[in-house]
Design a protein around this ligand. Structure first.
Ligand code: ADP
Length: 470
């Protein structure tokens, strides 16, 4: 089978979060089990783009509303990622440093999707499945089925994977004119609550819809930022498939970002050496337990609860632990977290940035990873933490609930709690501080969590089975 993944992120070309990790890994594992998988994404101006060699494979042009755009498709020449990676360049729209947060994101992402389909309709060689990811690419199934110009693509099967249903890409109805001509009586497929809702449209039009964990799929029927009823209507074609992690990138045995490589056999020594480096870098005492948080500083991740929870933990327990936070997001949360820097010098640090290397060093060197997320479709951080022997402390939600077992339960290794509030976080930290004193148990849990199967192989096969069913 030949699968074309369409996404706006793909590691290592461009990453803002878990979407990139998934799209950078899943095609590789699909190739490994004997299929052809390719990725097409926007040509963001990233280091990977500049560091690698590309060839032009197609040039074209299209109208979008009253504008005309030329576009170019380039392909990475050396198959560096283990699959064909194509990028779409649209002069003035896509060639930018950031992936998101421009005022014209709607225009950028619609233009990207049209360019992909323009390329596909001129490509003699068509894929069997077009697999789109999140709202940025979710208009593609509609356009393939209902825009006259793409009639020849209408038989190709489509799958939409929802990595996060909070973001839906809402557009005013005036912007529907951006799409190539379609049967106007089908407007209902684009609409949800009187706006064009690309994610809702993808759910209606794709042949199958998946989310990145079974737990999150269940939650969407109750809480999906306004799409609950739609999930109920389309439930027959919706499935949850848990993400794996890419062992070629996330493996403490081979990771080149970390100081000392280790396996489950020498986890205590390995972690101690990596912790020493981290503690030296941030002036922390290596004897104290080290808690970390890595991620977007937004309400979804419950990052707003962290400043109060951490400050109260220092008040209640004293300065008997260290905390290192890496992330960026809402300015108010960044500000409040940075305030703690001055109050607990030598015990606390906030790094407001995106830093891939530091994130690896933190997973390797920390004792506990805090993830109080309000919404977590799958969550990769907890799986990376487990792989590196760092105890995940998670709220029971979505994919966190599917992947972390509390150490009080049979075969458990993590710390689970129910609410994204100070009280629950404090209780969880209290348990972590107790656990830290019991080195024998801690080592046992580390060994256990490192052997939990989180590989992509099983999930990649589940996607293949899903494609075969359509
Ligand atoms: P999201 O909802 O952000 O996609 P996931 O848990 O699915 O959350 O994936 C987050 C990914 O982004 C992980 O690979 C994590 O290590 C990485 N990440 C998040 N924030 C940062 C940061 N500030 N620096 C480095 N890596 C980060």
């Amino acid at each position: 089978m030949e699968i074309l993944h369409v996404s706006v992120e793909c590691y290592p070309m461009a990453k803002a979060g878990g979407l990139a990790d998934v799209v950078g890994a899943l095609p590789k594992y699909q190739q490994d089990i004997g299929h052809i998988a390719k990725v097409v994404m926007p040509m963001h101006r990233t280091k990977f783009l500049l560091d690698n060699e590309w060839e032009v494979v197609h040039k074209g042009g299209f109208n979008m509303g009253s504008s005309y755009f030329d576009f170019t498709i380039i392909k990475e020449k050396t198959n560096k990622l283990g699959f064909d990676l194509y990028c779409v360049d649209i002069y003035g729209l896509l060639d930018r440093e950031k992936i998101y947060s421009y005022d014209d994101d709607t225009e950028r992402f619609v233009a990207f999707q049209i360019a992909v389909l323009e390329w596909l309709r001129h490509w003699q060689h068509q894929p069997d499945v077009v697999h789109v990811h999140d709202y940025h690419t979710a208009l593609i199934p509609f356009m393939m089925k209902h825009c006259f110009v793409y009639n020849q693509l209408s038989k190709i099967r489509t799958v939409l994977t929802i990595h996060n249903a909070q973001y839906q890409g809402w557009m005013n109805w005036e912007k529907a004119t951006y799409l190539p001509a379609w049967d106007t009586w089908k407007w209902g497929l684009l609409d949800w609550n009187n706006t064009v809702n690309p994610l809702a449209c993808g759910i209606k039009c794709a042949d199958k819809v998946t989310t990145v964990s079974p737990g999150y799929m269940k939650e969407l029927f109750q809480s999906a930022n306004g799409l609950e009823h739609l999930f109920y209507l389309e439930a027959y074609k919706c499935f949850g498939i848990i993400n794996g992690i890419d062992y070629a990138v996330w493996n403490p045995k081979t990771d080149t970002y970390i100081l000392d490589n280790f396996t489950s056999k020498d986890v205590s020594e390995g972690k101690t050496l990596n912790k020493k480096k981290l503690c030296d870098d941030f002036d922390f005492n290596i004897e104290l337990p080290l808690f970390i948080f890595i991620g977007r500083l937004v309400g979804e991740k419950a990052a707003d609860v962290l400043p109060e929870a951490i400050s109260t933990a220092y008040e209640n327990f004293g300065e008997i632990f260290s905390v290192l936070i890496l992330g960026s997001g809402e300015k108010n949360i960044e500000y409040q977290l940075e305030l703690i820097n001055k109050q607990h010098v030598g015990y606390y640090n906030t790094q407001i940035s995106y830093n891939e290397k530091l994130s690896h060093q933190m997973y390797a060197g920390a004792d506990f990873l805090l993830m109080p997320s309000r919404v977590e479709p799958c969550g990769l951080n907890q799986m990376y933490a487990m792989r590196y022997g760092t105890v995940p402390m998670v709220r029971r939600t979505g994919g966190l609930q599917d992947t972390v077992i509390d150490y009080g339960e049979e075969n458990g290794y993590g710390i689970c709690f129910s609410h994204a509030n100070t009280q629950d976080i404090l209780q969880a930290m209290g348990r972590a501080l107790e656990l830290y004193k019991n080195k024998k148990l801690l080592t046992q849990l580390r060994t256990r969590m490192m052997s939990v199967e989180t590989n992509w192989e099983t999930s990649a096969q589940q996607y293949i089975d899903l494609y075969l069913s359509i």
